[in-house]
Design a protein around this ligand. Structure first.
Ligand code: FAD
Length: 431
């Protein structure tokens, strides 16, 4: 079976690998000259099933209002003039109720836990090395209110059987000794010992090379102009250089750009570009560097150890497809780095931005599209690397007609369709 995978980020490359493993004849199409050059390039480096949490959560609407007026806030909103942005934000608000949060978190965790298991198995099988570390992750609470609010997550972790440790201040310092020198106040943390970290760009690049050895064909520097369809069937791909490509099945894994490619087909997926930033700096003082990932709950910024570097990533800007580097965001990342781990050289830091392809409920869109031979693997938002291998495996199983190892309930576009009881209120609100 010939399968064309559109997009060579972490989602496209893992999909290509999973399909090739099952004997498909795969072609990856990517407009950049190499894999993982867009959003998968310099993310915060967490493979964090335990922290698979939708941003749409109870309390977020109130917090979001406060953040809009704060200097170092994790969220910024600039109206992009589109009806789609308004609709997407309203859908996100509608997912902030406690029952929706529990449903969404369970879906994300189900996929993420499976994904981590796939990652571990592929890492061994393909001998991948990407500054990986299996020392868990730590969510750091600066205030007692944050520690108290963690109870909600603890209940879901317990229900899903995910190991965790709720730590006091001393426990936090045992897990991350350099925090003893932190200038920021903190009162405790939630440690997830089964989480991992690593460099997503290195991982994706290496997996692409291994996939090529398996026979996957890569078309770099090729931009998809549009998808050619006839009714409920996709006939081919038209490139900007006016060439075409035909396959039996197609997988759309074009990250934040997936929606625009689907609109001419009459498919409107709720995937919005949510901009984030990162800094990558060399470690100069080992005693003041993190061991693994520390997620600062106050600023929603993750500080991650990647070999001899520190990656600091976070922030969410809703403002369309804008890739300019905002110096104010850099100041916030630098502030958190200085306050928690002063062991890196900020003068040498590389500043980067990427657009998270995000759904309002946090769960990606993995599965059928509504067009018979076109499949979706997109919308992975804040945790695309965490969910990549599992999403790829689930989709490859579906395409190749195999039984999936996990339930696929709620993972595909079906949850946004009008006949879903869950979403009736959303749909009626937006027509
Ligand atoms: C600051 C930040 C921190 C993050 N931290 C984490 C983290 O710690 N852990 C985690 O799990 N996730 C994290 N994420 C999220 C994660 O990085 C993304 O979810 C993931 O990279 C999305 O992968 P993707 O393959 O869908 O998108 P992309 O990596 O953007 O890949 C899509 C590809 O499609 C190609 N493409 C698009 N349109 C076309 C076209 N018309 N023709 C040809 N090619 C096209 C693009 O060039 C691109 O390479 C973070 C994101 C950001 C921004």
């Amino acid at each position: 079976m010939k399968v064309a995978v559109l997009g060579g980020g972490v989602i496209g490359i893992t999909t290509a690998w999973a399909l090739a493993q099952q004997g498909a004849e795969v072609t990856v199409i990517e407009r950049q000259a190499a894999p993982a050059m867009e959003t998968s390039y310099a993310n915060a480096g967490q493979v964090s099933p335990g922290y698979s949490t939708p941003w749409a959560a109870p309390g977020i609407p109130l917090k979001a209002m406060k953040w809009l007026f704060q200097r170092h806030a994790p969220l910024a909103i600039r109206l992009d003039g589109s009806w789609f942005q308004m609709r997407w934000m309203a859908q996100m608000l509608a997912n902030c109720s406690a029952p929706r949060y529990a449903i969404n978190k369970e879906r994300m965790m189900r996929l993420s836990e499976y994904s981590r298991d796939c990652l571990r198995s592929w890492r061994t099988q393909a001998d991948l090395h990407y500054d990986e570390c299996s020392a868990g992750t730590l969510q750091l609470f600066r205030t007692q209110a944050q520690l108290d609010a963690a109870q909600r997550d603890v209940e879901v972790l317990q229900a899903c059987g995910v190991p965790f440790e709720l730590l006091d201040r001393a426990g936090v310092m045992r897990a991350e000794p350099a925090l003893a020198n932190a200038s920021a106040p903190f009162c405790g943390g939630l440690r997830l010992p089964n989480d991992e970290t690593g460099d997503c760009h290195q991982f994706t690049t290496q997996l692409a090379a291994k996939a090529e050895q398996l026979g996957v064909r890569f078309l770099y520097g090729k931009t998809v102009e549009h998808l050619q369809h006839a009714g409920q069937h996709l006939e081919g791909i038209r490139f900007t250089d006016q060439s075409n490509l035909h396959a039996d099945r197609y997988v759309l894994a074009a990250g934040s750009y997936s929606r625009n490619l689907l609109l001419p087909l009459g498919l409107d997926i709720p995937v919005y570009p949510v901009k984030g930033y990162s800094l990558t700096l060399p470690i100069t003082n080992e005693a003041l560097a993190p061991q693994s990932t520390v997620l600062d709950e106050s600023y929603k910024i993750a500080v991650t150890r990647l070999g001899d570097r520190i990656r600091v990533g976070g922030m969410a800007e809703l403002g369309g497809f804008d890739l300019r580097l905002n110096p104010r965001r850099r100041q916030t990342l630098e502030k958190v780095t200085r306050e928690l781990f002063a062991g890196g050289d900020l003068q040498q830091a590389q500043f980067w931005t990427g657009l998270r392809p995000m759904t309002p409920d946090g769960t990606p869109l993995v599965g059928a599209s509504g067009i018979r031979n076109l499949y979706l693997n997109t919308g992975h938002g804040t945790l695309g690397w965490t969910m990549a291998c599992g999403s790829a495996q689930v989709l490859a199983d579906q395409i190749m007609g195999r039984q999936c190892a996990i339930s696929t309930e709620g993972l595909d576009m079906g949850r946004y369709s009008a006949h879903q009881p869950d979403n009736k209120s959303l749909v009626s609100a937006f027509g």
